[in-house]
Design a protein around this ligand. Structure first.
Ligand SMILES: *C/C=C(C)/C=C/C=C(C)/C=C/C1=C(C)CCCC1(C)C
Length: 237
């Protein structure tokens, strides 16, 4: 079934396939960057930067398979997509916890965010695959979990911890909050593009993947760079 032909099947006008290919390369490059920078950081920051690299590395591997799947079948690789997310989104929650630990973040904050993100992703997966007819309902439930995450980091206990930490941590937390509010909002838009009867007819098949691929590049690499920058700044002063 699988034919690892790399780019032989990719046609010049296959824009969706192109974004999978570029996404794969960008995730690999970002991973190399984060991993190779590890030595410059002391222990306190190394874990955070390591997690940045793991997020883009896990994505790079999944993009390799998704690119092949798309080339082979011309269908959205929804299963690989969600396996990627169910691994990487909790790691992004872990990044919040790790930087807020200086202000005394407890593991219950971490678990709360992980549970919310799992609810968000499992319900989204059900709406995209098993219960397509009820995509709006499952998308709505997923959206509620998403909003609770947004609330938690912008106004909830995570926000209070960030204020208490102040300085570089507060600044980095704020930027991550914007990523979650704006960058993550691209996903529900992609979901709507992929749901039959909504916008699929306007933009055509695969538009959901273009939206997801752009969002992943912005969010995974962007998140990692914010953490990297926080580590660099914090070591200076
Ligand atoms: C690296 C991958 C990331 C940051 C993925 C994030 C995914 C989401 C924020 C997905 C959210 C969804 C909704 C809010 C409603 C519709 C279903 C989803 C799963 C696309």
């Amino acid at each position: 079934m699988t034919n690892f032909s790399l780019i032989s099947k990719m046609l010049p006008n296959d824009y969706v396939g192109f974004t999978f290919f570029v996404g794969c390369m960008a995730m690999m490059a970002a991973s190399a960057f984060f991993f190779l920078s590890l030595n410059q950081f002391d222990k306190k920051w190394r874990t955070s930067v390591l997690v940045s690299g793991l997020i883009t590395f896990i994505a790079a591997v999944h993009y390799f398979y998704m690119k092949e799947y798309w080339a082979e079948f011309g269908e959205s690789p929804t299963f690989f997509r969600y396996v990627d997310w169910i691994l990487t989104v909790p790691l992004m929650c872990l990044e919040f916890y790790l930087i807020l630990k200086v202000a005394g973040a407890k593991t219950n904050l971490l678990w709360k965010m992980i549970v919310l993100s799992v609810i968000m992703l499992v319900t989204g997966y059900l709406g995209e695959t098993v219960y397509k007819d009820a995509a709006a309902l499952w998308g709505f439930i997923s959206g509620v979990a998403y909003f609770v995450i947004v609330y938690e980091i912008w106004l909830g206990s995570a926000a209070k911890l960030a204020k208490a930490a102040g300085g570089n941590v507060l600044a980095a937390h704020k930027i991550l909050c914007w990523f979650v509010l704006v960058g993550w909002a691209i996903y529900p838009l992609g979901y709507m593009l992929g749901t039959d009867g909504w916008y699929t007819s306007i933009l055509g098949k695969g538009s959901v993947d273009i939206a997801y691929n752009i969002a992943d590049a912005i969010n995974k690499i962007g998140f990692g760079l914010v953490i990297y920058n926080l580590a660099v700044q914090s070591q200076k002063d």
